[in-house]
Design a protein around this ligand. Sequence first.
Ligand SMILES: NC(=O)C1=CN([C@@H]2O[C@H](COP(=O)(O)OP(=O)(O)OC[C@H]3O[C@@H](n4cnc5c(N)ncnc54)[C@H](OP(=O)(O)O)[C@@H]3O)[C@@H](O)[C@H]2O)C=CC1
Ligand SMILES: N[C@@H](CC=O)C(=O)O
Ligand code: NA
Length: 818
Amino acid sequence: MKVLKFGGTSVGSVESIKLVIEILEKSISKGERTAVVFSAMGGATNRLIEIGRMAAAGNQEYFELLKVVEERHFATIRGLINVKQQSGTFANIKGLFNELEDILRGVSLIRELTDRTMDLIMSFGERLSTNIITEALKNIGVKAEFCDARQLVRTNDHFGMADVDFATTNQLILEHFAKSSALQCITGFIGATAEGITTTLGRGGSDYTASIFGAALDAQVIEIWTDVDGMMTADPRKVPNAFTIPAISYAEAMELSHFGAKVIYPPSLQPAFAKNIPLKVLNTFNIGFEGTLVDRSANHKQYAITGISSIDDMALVNIQGSGMIGVAGISARLFTTLSENNISVVLISQASSEHSICFTIDHQLAERAQQVLEAAFEVEIKSGDIDSIAIEKNVSIIAIVGEGMRKSSGVAGKLFSVLGKNGINIIATAQGSSELNISVVISKNDLSKALNAIHGVFFLSETRSLNLFIVGVGLIGGTLLEQVGSQSAFLSGQRLLKLNIAGLSNTKKMLLEPGGIAPDRWREELADNGVKTSIPAFVDRIIELNLPNSVFVDCTSDKDIVRHYGKLLDASISVVTPNKVANSGRYDEYQRLQRTALQRGVKFLYETNVGAGLPIINTIQGLMDSGDKFIRIEAILSGTLSYIFNTFGPGVRFADVVREAKAKGYTEPDPRDDLSGTDVARKILILAREVGVPMEPEEVKIAQLLPDNCLQAPTVEAFFAELENSNSFFEGLLDGAKAKDGVLRYIATLENNKATVELRAVDEKHPFYNLSGSDNIVSFTTDRYKDRPLVVKGPGAGAEVTASGVFADIMSISSYLG
Ligand SMILES: NC(=O)C1=CN([C@@H]2O[C@H](COP(=O)(O)OP(=O)(O)OC[C@H]3O[C@@H](n4cnc5c(N)ncnc54)[C@H](OP(=O)(O)O)[C@@H]3O)[C@@H](O)[C@H]2O)C=CC1
Ligand SMILES: N[C@@H](CC=O)C(=O)O
Ligand code: NA
């Protein structure tokens, strides 16, 4: 025996009922004995309630509304049954509507609508739908019989949510099924008292009917056919990466349903659970899909948790005071008061200090709870034993649920850590000793971000997303976007990671697109859909969007953008940048950014500030963290100058070599920054700070490389013109070096807390002699690398190596976020 149940959407239209019939025919053709339970047509029950209330209020328009409901059912008959055979069904359904009309007329005359009458009115929904579908089945030759559950499901007279008398009901069902072998088409949701008065079964009523019949008949399986692909790991409207849970235990299904999962209402399936009957949640509109198996011991062991659920609108009530410590009976009084006032408590948490108790309730009950508690504890509040009854609205609860977390460590740690890394404050938390559910109370504002972030870390086989907001789409930013685009298949395939370009900006236009900008179409999308750039508005909007795993990437050399880093880090958004401005300004600003990132548990990464993609900052940080002491740093830190001095020679004009360096993407957006020594000075300053020297910019001693006329050039064009005029000056420098059998090198040194930058001629014995292209070289002499320094060497400028350094920083944030 197999019991199927179809919900309101499944029987809501001619097209969907045709699918239902297809499913039933398939089931019957397999030779399995089948019974089927139907809900009312989608929306019909609510309509009937509305009509009943209108009639009771004397609003005669109820009649028009009733006609609309009638016509919907008639249209369904026309759509499903052959014209020749329609008349019997029409007569049958018309008869039901006449009966309903009489009842409503009575309600409207006496202006009274009791719970008992409401149950009777509502019962028409299932009676109508089931009648029509039974006739449609017969019409195509299926041996089907209408089964009015009121004949079999015996209840008490608790109208609206009647209790089932299982002993009588089970016996009646068994007797009925022994009499007929036809497919029983059962009205869901309704029953009757011993006196034959119609009752309804409350929330999840048709599931309950299926469960009652399944249990009575010892069904092999109960199939609940809905309009979604089974139970999901999270609400897919809030978590786009949510996916169907293939198997889940009864207990897990219960836990998830308490937190608002709407697919099934497990308490109504209790009779089936008690008899260990497996249940399948399937989708009428996706017939071949496996759906979810709900079974006694099933769970999807692949993950530490099975699902995540949430309740959006909650209020947190906190009662605290020193007079509560060690006093017995406070909680008893507290919860008795709430229960007497019908206020249901969803989550409770009390710290062992006993100084406070907090709990969450439906937000609409917050004021009432406050009033009744203030009255109940009036004496204690007056005496100061209890400080106050505080209410915090706009909070939500998130629960992670799963048998897998039982007795396994690290689940709570992972939950709290991902919330922390995303800057989400946990206001309260609770875990039952069944270890099936850990719940946290958070600000409603953070709900979507939290759900997505939690889903990402627990369901690791699902692709996680990092949301990137990139300002500056010139040489480095543009190359980064290219790299992200060409790497996206690898990242999603091998790293289960999606780098979502959620925002872009240049000086003219900005575009925010939380759903993602295609990396291979960013130019068109920015040009076509972007709006006029305002960096403050861009930053505010990023903060407002509050997306999980957000990273701000500054690929400009702008001074104004860095002013926003603090605010972004403070909002728990990581910052990655090749822009050296923030770290080479005042020391206290550098320190403030470092501290904010630490406090907020986010990352501020800038490996490409020095030596582009070469691991220079990471090397220093590693040595510092492990306790090494820096004695001396000697380095060539300008890719541009390195290239120039490796290329400039007899027969070559200096200005041309500088132009080449610019064309190759080695120079700063303004090449005067490279040739004036400013760029190198910034870099050695940053390295000084990384090794713990609190240096200010003016403390770096720069020996000028350029003659005054070049230094003072007001524009880039003027600068190149002055370089042309100064060719002999540079030839002179070269000749001077050659005379000493050396080459020119612009070398930065940090020793004894002093930083200098100067042009030197080095001979072939010097380790910096053999460089080519845009090579940088950094030699670290430390306590541990004293006899032979640690050397990092390689191309230190250029679009590809810099963008890939920025990319690597972004990837390290993804690993950190887990
Ligand atoms: N080249 C290299 O080898 C290395 C470079 N870097 C650093 O990388 C950074 C970027 O350099 P690069 O790509 O060459 O520079 P580009 O001049 O090529 O690009 C800069 C980008 O930033 C945009 N931009 C500038 N100011 C603003 C602003 N206020 N608001 C919005 N957008 C702005 C520009 O917009 P628009 O297009 O409208 O002008 C442009 O898209 C610099 O800080 C540089 O020091 C670091 C290491 C190595
Ligand atoms: N302009 C810089 C680029 C890297 O920071 C350089 O030439 O080194
Ligand atoms: Na670097």
